[in-house]
Every structure is written in C-alpha cells, then in structure tokens.
Design a protein around this ligand. Structure first.
Ligand code: SF4
Length: 348
C-alpha cells in the first residue's frame, strides 16, 4: 500500500485533541480537498437508512410527487438490484419493517467507533471504546424507541447481555485491523449529496474520510458482518464506488483508496479506483435510475425471488409468497418493453 495514504490523517508526533470521548461534539468539517464545500456533515440526511413509517395514500399531485423517488442512495440502489418490488415496498409504499438485532448492533458499533475519535489520539484504546457502548446504547434507544421491542421477550436480560457482548467483540476486533491512535479522520459520518448532469441526485453517508497531507483521499466503511467471498467482492465495492463517484463529482478528486473494514471476520478489503471505474458506475446508476423511473410511472415492480427473501419483511405483500401488494399510490401509464431491464440489474 502507498505509504502516503496508509498514514492518511496520522497524528504527527502524537498531537492531541482536547475533547472528551463520549461527549457529543460537532463533526469536523470542510477537511476534504477541493473547491466545493457542499459536502455537509449531517447524519440526519438518513440516506440508506431504514425505510420510514407507512405513508398515507396521497390525494394531491403534490403529495404524489412527494412519494415518487427523487434520489438514489447505495442502499436503495442495492434494493432495486436485489428485487424491484422490495424497492417499491421500501421507497414508494414505505411499509414498516421490524427492527433487526444485527442491523441495530451495526448502528451501535458505528456510533462507538465514531465517538471514539472525540478522545485524544493516545486515549483511543479498546477499553475506552468498549466503555462507550452503554452510553451509545442508551442514546440509540432514546432516538429510536421501537428498537426496545428487540428485547421485549427477554425478562432476565440474558439475550441483551449476549448481544452487547458481541458488540464489544466487534469493537475490540477493530483494534486488530486499524490503529485509531495514528488516525485523525477528516470526516466522520459524512452526509454527501451530488447532482449529476442528468439531474440524478446521489446521496449517502460515508463512515470515515481520511485525507493524507498530500491531499489523497481514503474512504472507509465499517461492516459488522463478515467479508464476502472474493467472487462477491464486486457487490460489496459497489457502495464504495458510489461514494467515490459522489466525492469526485463534488470535489473533482478521485479517492485514492476505498477501504471496507469487516469487523465480523477481521478482514480489510481495499480497492484503488481509477476514473474509468467511476465513469462506469455513473453509467450503471443512470441505467438503474431509468429502470426505476419507468417502474415508478408504469407501476410495474417485478418481484425477484432469491435466497435473500428469507430476510424480507414483506412476504405477506409479495405475490411470490401468495401475498398482494397494497394499492399502488401513484398514477400509472402503459409499460414499455424496456421494463425488462428490471430483471437483469446487478452491481456491475
Ligand atoms: S419476498 Fe423476495 S421477491 Fe418478494 S418482495 Fe421480498 S425480496 Fe422481493
């Protein structure tokens, strides 16, 4: 690995910050190189977050416009590629979904890793990180009361204790993969949004951005699951190339490195993109967006059953499982032959 980016954001001479770990602090801003400051640190953008509450059927053109898709995040792009009907249920119908223990633990671990960087570099230790877990768990429950139902049938607290222990193990494993005492992230939990020339808006939240003294940018994403087998790594890298495209379009800088840190298996997957990669992803996203727009207008959202259906909350509404989708809330026109694209979308 190129040493200039390997040590991106390294703390020279162990320089310290003054904030206390655990205390809410504003996210560092405007540290990415480039002429544009429109990358905004604001996790409330919620791109890629779980779908919202079920929407009421729209009565007016304005209400209908409000539920039509207007932008793409990596998560929702992934939904459409996995199953167009799943995308509809999440984005158009906004059907509620049950909180998941694994996803909630991922949110908790992400919060801990982010807040750890509030501490002076020399104090970013595993014990300190683990000590952040109870406070971040309390904050998560306050902000999303529905997740308490995850442990509603756990009267003696044993399941919750095991779940929290697993969160500790994931946090500990991170210290075997990266050394936070040598990192000074330029950005954490960075909400990014860019509009392409076509008008397509891309948005997402980047876990961490490191910028080397040379200006080279590294985009880092934490995963609490296991690394995919090599033949599936392209799908995992799609999200990272999506972010790289957004950064390139906003800042005119092609990130030097994309880095996925898998806490579940202790692996780090890296990829050094070139401009042609980002141009390819852009073409791919335009094709995806065309297919989404066509499905939105025709109301034809095809189910695409795979083994991932086992994780889908919407089988009761899915024709593949004998269910019926809710009434389509948008006006429709006759489908064109191009809608066949729904069946062959993939990450690359
Ligand atoms: S059950 Fe499967 S096919 Fe049906 S909506 Fe969910 S992911 Fe799609």
């Amino acid at each position: 690995m190129d040493s200039s980016i390997e040590d991106a954001g390294a703390v020279p001479g162990g320089a310290e910050q003054t904030e206390e770990a655990g205390a809410p602090q504003p996210t560092p801003r405007a540290a990415l190189p480039g002429p544009d400051s429109s990358i905004a640190a604001d996790a409330s953008g919620a791109a890629g977050a779980a779908p919202g509450p079920e929407a009421a059927a729209p009565d007016t053109a304005g209400e209908r416009a409000a539920i039509a898709p207007t932008s793409l995040s990596p998560s929702r792009a992934g939904d459409f590629m996995q199953c167009p009907l799943l995308y509809r249920f999440r984005v158009i119908d906004r059907l509620p979904e049950k909180p998941s223990a694994a996803a909630t633990r991922g949110t908790l671990v992400h919060a801990v890793l982010e807040r750890l960087f509030d501490a002076p570099a020399s104090e970013r230790t595993a014990p300190r990180a683990k000590a952040l877990i109870p406070g971040q768990w309390d904050r998560l429950r306050e902000s999303r009361p529905e997740i308490t139902e995850l442990f509603a049938d756990d009267p003696d607290g044993q399941r919750l204790a095991g779940w929290l222990q697993e969160a500790e193990r994931l946090v500990e494993r991170w210290f075997t993969l990266e050394d936070p005492t040598r990192l000074e992230p330029a950005e954490r939990e960075l909400f990014v949004e860019a509009e392409l020339e076509s008008g397509l808006r891309l948005r997402g939240i980047i876990d961490r951005v490191d910028v080397a003294p040379t200006g080279e940018v590294r985009i880092v994403d934490y995963k609490t699951g296991k690394a995919p087998r090599p033949e599936y790594s392209e799908g995992a890298l799609f999200q990272m190339k999506f972010y790289a495209l957004v950064v390139w379009r906003l800042k005119g800088v092609v990130p030097r490195r994309l880095q996925l840190v898998y806490l579940g298996s202790g692996d780090v997957l890296t990829y050094d993109p070139v401009l042609a990669d980002l141009e390819r992803v852009e073409r791919k996203l335009h094709a995806l967006w065309d297919a989404i727009r066509q499905a939105t207008e025709t109301g034809e959202w095809r189910p695409r059953p795979t083994k991932l259906c086992g994780w889908c909350d919407h089988q009761a509404h899915c024709p593949e499982f004998g269910g019926t989708p809710p009434p389509y809330p948008l006006p429709v026109r006759a489908a064109e032959s191009g809608s066949a694209a729904q069946g062959r979308m993939g990450p690359d």
